[in-house]
Design a protein around this ligand. Structure first.
Ligand code: NAD
Length: 358
């Protein structure tokens, strides 16, 4: 039987609770779909600072590199807020993405039918359903460009630089075009080409690559217009591709359309199959250890892991279907409303229900 090696980084706060549920669901899915999974647990973030003094120990990097894929809970919490900047839990997250060469961040913004009423948008704006994939460049742009703070005549100034090379744009565009081909063949590239040189280069590369994908309908939107269109008519989008900073902002906006932060998965991919899969939310220290966290974002991250790293699409579909079915029966506190017709359950029971539904 085929056995996949998964390195698991539970992290901090609710990380361990939600990851345990995701592992439970993955085990059940493997059993039903004829493959096996072997887990290797490693430390990241605050847990790693406590055990090894650093947020990203060498052994963790080695364990991730040796795996078929990596599943992460979340990192951080008030316990480590007094750590110096270079040794904070979040540094571990940036460090592992860099060490694994993960340059593409995929964030689906999906509304499951039973949760339509959880969206802050009116039902007539959402339409029947919503399924957007935001592809964000993750290792370039202004977050990694030249920066500095200067003082002249007692006046301080600071600068950050947005820089993209053609190969950097090409590789993220390739991920987005391939994604569009697997979906509804519509790709919207977002930039600020009316102002920024880096955006004009970005747009030129997208247009050049569009010739390789004649089946994909390509459009360009300025980032300010995109922010508006996402709440005006989100159904117009299939795949969105954009730079690191624009993607950071737009993916948060797109994800909130779907109602709850506890429902949203993400994937970070590089070349080759290896990827890092995690919920988009943080470690939620305010609810950690109370068995009330929503594990579905992490469970849906496992579905993405199966689809994009392990090439097990039937198993990935089975998890999404199980989640959708369970939402009609049970909800965790963050997505529960009086009269929704579903039972209020905790983190563990939600994991049990999804596993039972597979
Ligand atoms: P957060 O996402 O942890 O929490 C925001 C709010 O959403 C909280 O009220 C929390 O209870 C709720 N929430 C989050 N996930 C939930 C879930 N699965 N089920 C139910 N409710 C959920 O963001 P924050 O409070 O700004 O940050 C807390 C810590 O997490 C900080 O240390 C921050 O740096 C870290 N963080 C980590 C990541 C990551 O690991 N990728 C991302 C964001 C924040």
């Amino acid at each position: 039987m085929k056995t996949y090696q998964i390195t698991v980084l539970k992290g901090d706060g609710i990380g361990p609770e939600i990851v345990d549920q995701a592992v439970k669901v993955l085990d059940k899915t493997a059993e039903k779909h004829g493959f096996a999974v072997s887990y290797n647990y490693a430390l990241l973030g605050g847990a790693a600072i406590d055990a090894a003094g650093v947020p990203l120990p060498e052994e963790t990097v080695a364990a991730c590199k040796a795996a078929d894929s990596v599943l992460l809970g979340a990192v951080g919490g008030p316990k480590w807020d007094s750590q110096p900047g270079h040794n904070r839990p979040e540094k571990g997250l940036l460090g592992i993405r860099k060490a694994l060469g993960l340059y593409a961040n995929l964030r689906p913004a999906v509304i499951f039918a039973p949760l339509r009423d959880a969206s802050p948008l009116k039902p007539e704006i959402i339409g029947e359903s919503l399924d957007i994939m935001v592809v964000r460049e993750l290792t370039g742009g202004i977050y990694f460009g030249d920066r500095g703070t200067q003082e002249q005549n007692g006046v301080k100034s600071a600068y950050d630089t947005e820089r993209y090379s053609e190969p950097e744009v090409e590789r993220i565009a390739r991920v987005a075009f391939d994604m569009a081909m697997k979906r509804n063949k519509r790709l919207c590239s977002v930039d600020k080409a009316n102002v920024l040189d880096s955006s004009r280069l970005w747009r030129a590369v997208i247009d050049r690559m569009a010739k390789e994908y004649p089946e994909v309908a390509v459009s360009h939107l300025y980032v300010d217009n995109t922010a508006m269109q996402l709440v005006r008519d989100p159904g117009q989008f299939d795949v969105i591709v954009t730079s690191n900073m624009f993607g950071d902002i737009l993916s948060d906006e797109a994800s909130m359309i779907s109602g709850s932060i506890g429902m949203l998965a993400s994937a970070s991919l590089g070349d080759g199959g290896l990827g890092l899969y995690e919920p988009i939310h943080g470690s939620a220290p305010d609810i950690a250890g109370q068995d009330i966290a929503n594990p579905l974002a992490t469970i849906l991250s496992v579905s993405m892991l199966l689809r994009y790293s392990l090439n097990e699409p039937a198993a990935a579909d089975a998890i999404e279907k199980a989640v959708s079915q369970v939402l009609t029966l049970a909800r965790t506190k963050d997505i529960y409303t009086e009269g929704c017709g579903a039972k209020l359950v905790g983190c563990k029971e939600m994991g049990d229900l999804v596993a039972a539904q597979i």
